[in-house]
Design a protein around this ligand. Structure first.
Ligand SMILES: *Cc1c(COP(=O)(O)O)cnc(C)c1O
Length: 424
């Protein structure tokens, strides 16, 4: 793999270099374990003295290809693939913050991330507070506490569709010697590379566009590679890890200390690795990601324009529409606004529900960002566990319908929404 390849070439061929006579397609190493000729080889692997595979919880050849490809597409140095996007966000932060620490987040967040922050991380002693995505530099600065260890954002929030002003958040985070972590699920590296704008760690729910076919739940954490973990704020990176005979991550794995630590501490102890068959399927998805994202964006823009003019529609939120308040940030950070848009129907939630029920091509499913058009009502589904105040903070109004525009023919899709709206 050549680091100078453009992203489309990386999407198709990155991460896997078959030798003479090897399978052209990345093979599925559906094996929990690997065979060695002598005990010392295995001991060296356990001590992290030699690279290699010994148990699929920690690393697997198929998953390794997937990790290399995504790392290259995000312009990072290393990545760790996990069993879900939830695992990716949890580990991305737990690798930096521990009991007694604080994380600052932009408040427009996926429902699962809100509950991770307000329940499980909190129970484990990591507190998360939020600022509005539109916060000014001063407001972000004021929200940083002496024990803040990371700033967390969604690049294109699910489902509020706010675009994070990365550079502003990165500037404040770096002034305090802490990293910026960005969940880049919706744009994918095709539409946005957060590392270009100051992010230090990128996460994905690969369940969404990366897979793209709704076959595999997965997640990944990518490390940019130039954050200074030895600045005094992160003793776990610079002090000996007694669980590895005194290994020091910044010294012994200087190129990617964050990824190595995440894998050998968190994946070792909590598990949640990506499985080889899921890595195989998600890698197939990556091979067409650049083509699919183009069509998702084009179809969503046409759908947003159609809905904006429809007499039964009360509002449309698609950041790719020039009159959308997020549009300047889309122009600054993204190459397209993805296939997800939100709208409300005149008559509120009840009318919206009738429209969802009347759709024939678009289905009601708890999913987003795959080839098939689908709709979901976050307030009664993905964000159901949130309080009213949390819903407002996450950018979810009661009548909001989240529409994930697929790559079917746009005329068919518009006709479907037209007939469904006319029954509202
Ligand atoms: C879906 C999603 C997640 C959670 O990912 P899972 O793969 O469902 O665990 C996290 N962040 C965002 C932005 C998502 O859309």
């Amino acid at each position: 793999m050549d680091k100078n390849w453009k992203i489309e070439t990386l999407a198709v061929q990155g991460g896997y270099e078959p030798g003479n006579g090897d399978p052209r397609i990345v093979p599925i190493a559906q094996s929990t374990t690997f065979k060695y000729d002598d005990a010392q080889s295995v001991a060296d692997l356990f001590d992290l003295k030699a690279p290699g595979f010994f148990y699929t919880r920690l690393a697997n050849p198929t998953v390794d290809v997937f990790e290399r490809k995504v790392a290259a597409m995000e312009k990072g140095v290393a990545a760790v693939a996990l069993s879900s996007g939830q695992a990716a966000n949890a580990f991305a932060l737990m690798n930096i913050a521990r009991c007694g620490d604080h994380v600052l987040a932009g408040s427009a967040l996926y429902g699962g991330t809100v509950s991770l922050f307000t329940n499980t991380l909190k129970k484990n002693g990591i507190t998360v507070t939020t600022v509005l995505p539109s916060a000014t530099e001063e407001e972000i600065e004021k929200a940083i506490l002496p024990n803040t260890k990371a700033v967390f954002l969604e690049s294109l929030a699910n489902p509020a569709l706010n675009v994070a002003d990365f550079e502003l958040y990165a500037k404040v985070a770096h002034r305090h010697g802490i990293p910026l972590v960005v969940d880049n699920t919706f744009p994918t590296p095709i539409l946005c590379n957060p590392f270009d704008f100051g992010a230090d760690i990128v996460t994905h729910s690969t369940t969404k566009y990366m897979d793209g076919h709704a076959t595999s739940v997965g997640g990944i954490v990518v490390e940019k590679g130039d954050f200074n973990w030895a600045n005094g704020n992160f003793p776990e990176f610079t002090e000996p890890d007694e669980s590895y005979h005194g290994l020091i991550y910044t010294r012994d794995f200087a190129a990617s200390p964050y990824s190595v630590k995440l894998r050998v501490q968190l994946v070792r102890d909590y598990g949640m690795p990506m499985m080889p068959f899921n890595a195989f399927l998600t890698n197939l998805g990556l091979e067409t990601l650049h083509l699919r994202m183009e069509r998702h964006c084009a179809n969503a823009l046409a759908m947003a324009e159609f809905l904006s003019k429809h007499p039964k529609v009360s509002w449309v939120n698609y950041p790719g529409l020039p009159d959308n308040p997020q549009y300047p940030l889309v122009k600054k950070y993204l190459k397209g606004a993805s296939g997800v848009l939100c709208f409300g129907v005149k008559g509120g939630s009840a009318a919206g529900e009738r429209v969802m029920n009347a759709l024939k091509i678009a289905a009601i499913v708890v999913h987003v960002a795959d080839v098939r058009t689908c709709v979901l009502h976050p307030a009664s589904m993905t964000h159901r566990q949130l309080s009213d105040a949390e819903l407002v903070a996450a950018g979810v109004s009661p009548d909001l319908i989240r529409l994930s525009v697929g790559i079917e023919n746009i005329d068919d899709l518009i006709a479907d929404f037209d007939q469904a709206l006319n029954q509202a």
